[in-house]
Design a protein around this ligand. Structure first.
Ligand code: SF4
Ligand code: SF4
Ligand code: SF4
Length: 214
């Protein structure tokens, strides 16, 4: 989806069409995000007009949402990318050693150690796809939390770079608040024609400051 004058582009993966890989199942996050971007870029505050953006930034500010780490909407190469995340928790419910979680995990993040009757998840390998939770018949693996991983400052073009991932998983409200802060900061600080990556690259501490705001 994109607006007609390309102040911004908002892209979703096909998760909402019923993709079985989805890590998040939001009913209204997509529409809330669309409303927020519309307000920020075209609303009465005129932020986009003040900064001269949209009209002169080729293609506009880009936001992409993928409902799981397969990242079909390519959130790594847009200004703000959101990746659905479902983080597993190993509970006390007895594991029946069926191997379903190991088979479901495409990252080889789950192992069973000799003498240990529950799975061990390697946090560094886990991408929070939630597949192991869905595969577990006993409830040994349950969802600790879900939301979005957020990447900022990705781009293609002449100087391509992948977005920088913020630490953590953000629920829907937190994600929308972060999008609001980042876009507002971008519109206040960008020169005409600059992508978010450009502005962040010349403001080394900007992300820390944006995240610190209450
Ligand atoms: S990103 Fe995941 S949920 Fe979205 S369409 Fe691709 S596989 Fe399905
Ligand atoms: S959430 Fe996904 S990546 Fe992480 S352990 Fe489970 S299946 Fe593997
Ligand atoms: S899927 Fe659940 S019951 Fe099966 S081995 Fe994994 S944790 Fe145990």
């Amino acid at each position: 989806m994109s607006n007609t004058i390309q102040r911004y582009q908002l892209t979703f993966c096909a998760g909402a069409d019923g993709c079985h890989e989805r890590a998040v199942f939001s009913r209204d996050f997509h529409s809330r995000l669309a409303t927020l971007l519309e307000e920020l870029f075209t609303g009465p505050d005129g932020l986009a007009e003040t900064a001269g953006h949209g009209k002169k930034t080729h293609g506009g500010f880009r936001v992409a949402v993928s409902d799981c780490p397969n990242a079909c909407s390519r959130p790594q190469i847009v200004d703000i990318g959101l990746i659905g995340a479902s983080e597993p928790l190993v509970t006390d419910a007895q594991c029946k050693d069926c191997g379903g979680c190991v088979e479901a995990c495409k990252e080889q993040a789950i192992t069973f150690w000799d003498g240990v009757s529950f799975p061990i998840i390697d946090d560094a390998l886990c991408v929070r796809c939630g597949a192991c939770i869905r595969a577990c018949p006993r409830g040994t693996l349950q969802e600790l939390r879900h939301g979005y991983r957020i990447l900022v400052g990705g781009r293609l073009g002449r100087h391509p770079q992948l977005g920088t991932e913020l630490s953590g998983i953000y629920d829907e409200t937190e994600s929308l608040e972060l999008v609001r802060r980042i876009v507002s900061w971008y519109l206040a600080n960008a020169r005409v024609g600059e992508r978010l990556a450009d502005v962040l690259n010349r403001n080394a501490n900007a992300l820390k400051e944006i995240l610190k705001k209450t």
